[in-house]
Design a protein around this ligand. Structure first.
Ligand code: TYM
Length: 322
């Protein structure tokens, strides 16, 4: 099964990314899976060059520390395989302006910025290129990427119909729980690298004290009734989903075992600390060894390039490029 997924080096990894994507990546890793730090995507929002450089290395290190094993799967940096940008151009000539302006994330991000860049509009085409270059069958992602994934499927089908069968049509896969982790302070807003409140986001590299404090202060409600109900009790539902994401249990079953919010919070913080603390330790070791990280991404890029070259060649030829 060919699996591909990507993540932007645009901020620190949080438990939404971890449960929505990274845990699935680790579970699905094999010789057929590729995981990519998408530095070109991070350029769509204004980012300092030094910050991009540092965050790319940080993210590679935290992915390996989270359990991706470069001996079992391919971990690489998007810009190291130039076919991503090249196929993106071919697909921009297949995608329509209308379908790109309808993307929800584009509308939200464009609304927040004056003079947003064209890359923000064409971003989902680059994402489709990422996926289609590898003849990907499954794409493990969180809930917020569903619409982008639909576009990748549409572009693959449109291309295949117009130019011949070049691309595999991918499917997105979401985890059973925690596909959309919400901000702990504003549980109607998605936990995000860019716009969450400081107490609302738990980072994978947060220490035990920070995790305890943020979970303890998480917004719930005042009726005190332990029940999994997104519509009426979003703060509590979010905590129950987080719990499920860490243990694999059903959130209703978790709710049935607790009667007090405080007990649930205490145990949830403990679970998170037990899983995340070893990641932080391993991260610090890896980050101290720049040569090891470079060797991992060089090797990953070589493996990825080999597959991408073949798909790009077939796509370009099918379109009439000599
Ligand atoms: P990004 O970098 O925003 O997020 C990386 C992954 O984390 C998931 N995620 C969440 N899951 C649950 N709850 C949350 N609050 C939460 N926030 C983020 C995302 O769904 C994603 O799986 N466009 C992509 C990156 C990308 C990509 C790709 C993904 C580029 N090319 C090709 C898959 C395939 C993005 O910005 O993800």
């Amino acid at each position: 099964m060919r699996v591909f997924s990507g993540i932007q080096p645009s901020g620190d990894l949080h438990v939404g990314n971890y449960l929505g994507a990274i845990k699935q990546w680790v579970a699905a890793q094999s010789a057929e899976s590729l995981y990519c730090v998408v530095d070109l995507h991070a350029l769509t929002l204004q980012i300092e060059p030094a910050a991009l450089r540092q965050q790319t290395d940080d993210l590679v290190a935290v992915l390996i520390a989270s359990g991706l094993d470069p001996a079992r799967c391919t971990v690489f940096v998007q810009s190291h395989v130039t076919y991503h940008a090249q196929l993106s151009w071919l697909l921009e000539c297949v995608a329509t302006y209308g379908e790109l302006t309808r993307m929800t994330q584009f509308k939200e991000k464009a609304d927040r910025q004056e003079g947003y860049r064209v890359g923000l509009l064409t971003y989902p085409v680059l994402m489709a290129a990422d996926i289609l270059l590898y003849q990907t069958q499954q794409v493990p992602v969180g809930d917020d990427q569903r619409q982008h994934l639909e576009l990748a499927r549409d572009l693959a089908e449109r291309f295949n119909n117009r130019y011949g069968a070049v691309f595999t049509v991918p499917v997105g896969v979401q985890p059973p729980a925690a596909a959309r982790v919400m901000d702990l302070q504003e549980p109607t807003r998605k936990m995000s690298k860019s716009v969450s409140s400081p107490l609302g986001t738990i980072y994978v590299l947060d220490g035990p004290d920070a995790i305890e404090r943020k979970v303890k202060k998480a917004v719930t409600d005042t009726d005190g009734e332990m029940r999994f109900d997104w519509e009426h009790k979003p703060g509590l539902a979010n905590l129950l989903e987080l719990y499920s994401g860490f243990t694999g249990e059903n959130p209703n079953d978790v709710a049935a075992r607790y009667s007090r919010y405080g007990d649930l919070k205490r145990d949830l913080a403990e679970l998170m600390i037990a899983e995340l603390a070893p990641i932080a330790t391993r991260y610090r070791e890896l980050r101290a060894d720049g040569a090891e990280l470079r060797a991992i991404t060089d090797d990953g890029a070589a493996k990825a390039r080999h597959i991408a070259a073949e798909t790009y060649r077939r796509a370009a030829e099918a379109m009439g490029i000599l």
